[in-house]
Design a protein around this ligand. Structure first.
Ligand code: NAD
Ligand code: USQ
Length: 408
């Protein structure tokens, strides 16, 4: 079942920004395995944030050199790596783009945790500066290089907001009908108005406007993938050797909900449901993430086409349903804790994902076998868990008042 058997097929030149991260590393291996010429750019900020938070990935994350050597040993494929802070080192980014002349740039290089972005004014400012400058520098570099580069960006379902009033969320564009000054009815498609619930999600909302502008003004070809919460750890490629293992975030800031629940069950911690657990969210397995990025690369927008937006999700679940699923699977107890976030206590979420399905995605749905696999990984590395880092401690407002959201 190793999709990457076709090692020597000539491919595209692809740069993966943020290629050391949870989604970027398995994507880099997957694309390299398909025969593409891959260059990773990363500034290791995610590894440094682990140091700042005194937390760690549950699984061991090997140094980049060890990872790349292991990949070459296993696949015969070479991946190039450059350490660049794309939010700051504009000239270095421009130089490497001019040298490599990539056909495609996949952009994962942003601070991606909502709780981390809400920890303090300094964390808010860092997230805004890093994410907006990263995206803007990249767009500016693409234009300055004069190359026709297809930019594939990882956005977030969260920018749509979670109070969608019974609307099935479309893929980026909303059909509206307005009355003109002369009384005619005008039909238009507009970017779905964003309603972010964290500073992190706010940066993803701003990214959307940056893409809109650079596409309109400079005809940059862009696919923006609005991705749901990723779960799972390994892909076909990262499973080949322990040195290729993907990271597994479990702490209160970076651990995402389903992986946290599976980890909690494995290490004997109650499953922490925020509030009533009535929040409905969209999910995707990491193996589907890498496949969707492949599909986005294989189906670029035409020159001068508007920004292509796909919802990169495979299913939706209510958080308490997930907790019950994991509890039934493992016997772990559920603990309802006060919600540190400012989010609707209960929400429905219906979301269209037709584009990726039409391009050939065959979704992996929540499957007991796969969930057990994640629990096995968590059990194997349970000795690495720092229990003090499990609770979610980042609150959304200075004096968090439970239920305050409902007042708005
Ligand atoms: P991650 O933090 O594991 O990876 C991001 C990588 O980007 C890290 O290796 C980090 O060092 C690097 N990076 C950050 N800022 C950089 C900069 N200025 N210059 C160079 N490198 C930089 O995050 P992830 O989970 O892999 O997420 C990747 C992308 O996918 C993010 O943009 C995120 O918003 C999006 N996304 C993630 C999820 C999820 O559940 N993990 C869901 C939806 C969308
Ligand atoms: N939650 C719990 N218990 C926990 C942890 C979380 O009940 O122990 C709840 C949260 O309150 C929230 C939901 O689970 O209602 C999801 O939280 P999360 O941390 O799994 O996901 P989120 O903060 O939305 O962010 C993650 C990624 C982000 C990505 C986003 C996709 O970190 O990069 O953009 O998922 S989406 O949610 O679709 O916007």
């Amino acid at each position: 079942n190793f999709e990457s058997a076709n090692f020597f097929k000539p491919g595209k030149k692809i740069m993966v920004l943020g290629g050391d991260g949870f989604c970027g590393w398995p994507t880099s291996l997957h694309l390299s395995g398909l025969g593409h010429e891959v260059t990773i750019i990363d500034n290791f900020s995610r590894r440094n944030i682990d140091n700042e938070l005194e937390s760690n990935s549950l699984t061991p994350v090997y140094p980049m050199g060890t990872r790349l050597n292991a990949w070459e040993e296993m696949s015969g494929q070479f991946i190039d790596f450059h350490r660049i802070d794309i939010a700051v080192e504009y000239e270095k980014l421009l130089q490497i783009v001019n040298e490599k002349k990539p056909d495609v740039i996949v952009h994962f290089a942003e601070q991606r945790s909502a709780p981390y972005s809400m920890k303090s004014p300094a964390h808010k400012r860092y997230t805004i500066n890093n994410n907006l400058n990263a995206t803007h520098n990249l767009l500016s570099v693409i234009v300055e290089s004069g190359l026709d580069i297809h930019l594939v960006h990882l956005g977030s379902v969260g920018i749509y907001g979670y109070g969608t009033a019974g609307i099935k969320i479309p893929e980026g564009y909303l059909d509206v009908e307005v009355q003109t000054e002369t009384g005619e009815r005008l039909k238009k498609q507009i970017l779905y108005p964003t309603n972010p619930e964290s500073i992190y999600h706010l940066t993803k909302s701003q990214d959307q406007l940056l893409f809109f502008y650079y596409n309109k003004n400079d005809q940059v070809r862009i696919t923006d993938l609005h991705q749901g919460i990723v779960w799972g750890t390994n892909t076909n490629e990262t499973s080949l050797d322990e040195r290729l293992m993907n990271r597994f975030d479990y702490d209160g800031d970076y651990g995402t909900v389903l992986n946290r629940f599976l980890m909690q069950a494995a290490v004997g911690h109650p499953i922490t449901v925020h509030g009533t657990g009535g929040q409905t969210r969209a999910f995707i397995h990491i193996q589907d993430t890498v496949r969707c990025i492949q599909l986005a690369i294989e189906n670029p927008p035409l020159p001068e086409e508007r920004v292509m937006i796909f919802n990169q999700v495979t299913e939706t679940y209510r958080i308490r349903e997930l907790a019950e699923l994991v509890s039934n699977l493992t016997g772990a107890p559920i603990q309802y804790v006060p919600n540190p976030r400012n989010e609707p206590a209960e929400n429905e979420l219906s979301i269209s994902n037709d584009h990726l399905l039409s391009k050939g995605l065959n979704p992996i749905t929540l499957d007991h076998g796969l969930m057990q696999e994640v629990t096995m990984i968590a059990r194997k590395y349970a000795h690495r868990v720092n229990h003090a880092k499990i609770p979610a401690t980042s609150t959304w407002t200075k004096e968090k008042q439970p239920g305050v959201y409902d007042a708005f």
